[in-house]
Design a binder for this molecule. Sequence first.
Ligand code: HEM
Length: 204
Amino acid sequence: MQPEFLSQLYLAGLRWAHILAAMVAVGGLFYARFGLLPAMQVLDEESREKLHDGIRKRWLPWVIGSITLLLVSGLSNFLLFNEAAKAWEDGTWMKETSYHALFGVKFLLALGVFYFASGLVGRGEGTAWMRANRGKWLSVTILLAVAIVMLSGWMRGLHVGPNRVLDESADGVQLEVVEATETTESAAATEPAEEAPESAADTE
Ligand code: HEM
């Protein structure tokens, strides 16, 4: 197998692991807040506690697993990306896009989500205050998680990554974004003279 193919597979694996773990963690929060919690209100206090205990035993390994996967895949992704982007735009790309600042905010928000997600399903004395008001703290955790997904989408949009067709001769669409003015200028420079007047009039 080609080393290039293996490294692409490794990167794709990290990305899949990250997205799948995020789906499990965030999906579980939405289900708990808007499905399970309201439906449990018909039960008496004792039955609710029994149900919470049963959920804890089954759900805690998923919470711990997804947190571990998010941290491992996220940190590896970040380190590899840092290495790859080091030379972009003479080393100024990271600074110009504030990528590190965005990552820092995302990381802090993620720590908040991990804290609440494990406290809400755990049984430690120190996090009993969360479970005393599950609805409120689940909503707060969901808001933090939504902010993380939005921020991640933003960071992803700052670079095209492997979505780009690398070889211009290959079939497919070139996704590289080119400034509108630049496109017009280069189009005017390369188009035959008889086609130029119409497009020039359009852009003026
Ligand atoms: C609740 C926790 C988290 C959620 C919901 C989340 C979600 C996401 C999503 C949806 C993406 C976009 C994936 C893509 O389009 O390829 C992403 C990318 C990323 N995440 Fe996370 N993530 C979380 C935690 C973390 C943590 C803890 C780290 C680092 C330690 C991390 C580092 C990254 C990095 C470096 C990227 C790539 C961003 C880019 O394309 O420039 N994430 N994350």
